[in-house]
Write a protein that binds this ligand. Structure first.
Ligand SMILES: NC(=O)c1ccc[n+]([C@@H]2O[C@H](COP(=O)([O-])OP(=O)(O)OC[C@H]3O[C@@H](n4cnc5c(N)ncnc54)[C@H](OP(=O)(O)O)[C@@H]3O)[C@@H](O)[C@H]2O)c1
Length: 257
């Protein structure tokens, strides 16, 4: 017989509905699966619908409901349609994980306006459009989690002006939306700044790059996506009810070394 554990109930998401953008690969898949394991029904947004269907199957294997919605977060209409689809299918929205992101590395003297803008459009503007749409649908107790990066706080040897600016911008956006919505609407807004976690994004790095960065990580290894997902689940639920406007760094100690 299991022993009642009220404190662990504060980490549960039963009866809640979560939206995860960028749920077609990498960390977004881990977030969707973990939110479902915690009890949430999950709405999945990204451009590659075939890959979203695979994540949908993982969510449904936990016994929760899932919905895959073709979404381009660079398009405000598409972000509004994602939230509308969530409300139509499951009746409410409690959690938004703004995870969709692209990473580029282009030397500043060579970067075109289109290249710079495309990163800001997805990583920063896309998070804002989706947060606007989700907050309008959320009621008291909502939680928005923006997936930022340690690149919003420090550098990592690659020419990533657009990416670093987008993530530092996302942390600022987080603070301001927390200021606007926590008291007035009961919606907490936080960001999570991951260090290095295996994904399609990190597969693009040149040979030896991650090994070199690993020397900076106190934990001596890259992170497991499940270790990041646990932080997202915590921020999503009532256990984090007094945390808002913060950037939570999950990096194995990289930024303090
Ligand atoms: N992995 C790391 O070490 C690390 C570290 C720090 C921060 N992060 C952040 O974590 C997030 C997830 O990255 P990841 O490592 O999991 O990379 P990933 O495997 O490349 O996943 C990126 C996701 O974003 C989606 N996406 C890209 N552009 C989109 C758009 N216009 N509209 C909707 N979805 C879009 C992609 O889906 P589609 O292509 O199907 O649209 C994909 O699902 C990103 O915000 C990234 O900056 C990752």
């Amino acid at each position: 017989m299991s022993v009642p554990s009220p404190i662990l109930d504060a980490f549960g998401l039963h009866g809640r509905v979560a939206i995860v953008t960028g749920a077609s690969s990498g960390l977004g898949v881990a977030f969707a699966q973990a939110l479902a394991e915690a009890g949430a029904d999950v709405v999945l947004g990204a451009r590659r619908v075939d890959r979203l269907e695979q994540t949908k199957a993982l969510v449904e294997a936990t016994g929760r409901r899932a919905l895959a919605v073709a979404t381009d977060v660079a398009d405000p209409d598409s972000c509004r349609a994602l939230v509308a689809a969530a409300v139509e299918a499951f009746g409410r929205v409690d959690v938004l994980v703004n995870n969709a992101g692209i990473g580029t590395a282009v030397p500043a003297l060579k970067e075109t306006p289109e290249q710079f803008r495309s990163v800001i459009d997805v990583n920063l503007n896309g998070a804002y459009w989706t947060a606007q749409a989700a907050a309008a649908a959320m009621t008291d107790g909502g939680s928005i989690i923006n997936i930022s990066s340690v690149l919003g706080i420090t550098t990592a040897g690659l020419p990533q002006a657009a990416y670093a600016a987008s993530k530092a911008g996302l942390d600022g956006l987080t603070r301001d939306l927390a200021q606007q919505w926590t008291g007035r609407r009961g919606i907490r807004v936080n960001s999570v700044a991951p260090g290095f976690f295996a994904s399609e994004m990190t597969e693009q790095y040149a040979d030896g790059y991650l090994a070199k960065q690993q020397e900076r990580i106190l934990a001596g290894r890259t992170g497991d996506p499940r270790e990041l997902a646990a932080t997202v689940v915590f921020l999503a639920g009532p256990g984090a009810g007094y945390i808002t406007g913060q950037t939570i760094v999950v990096d194995g100690g990289l930024t303090i070394a």
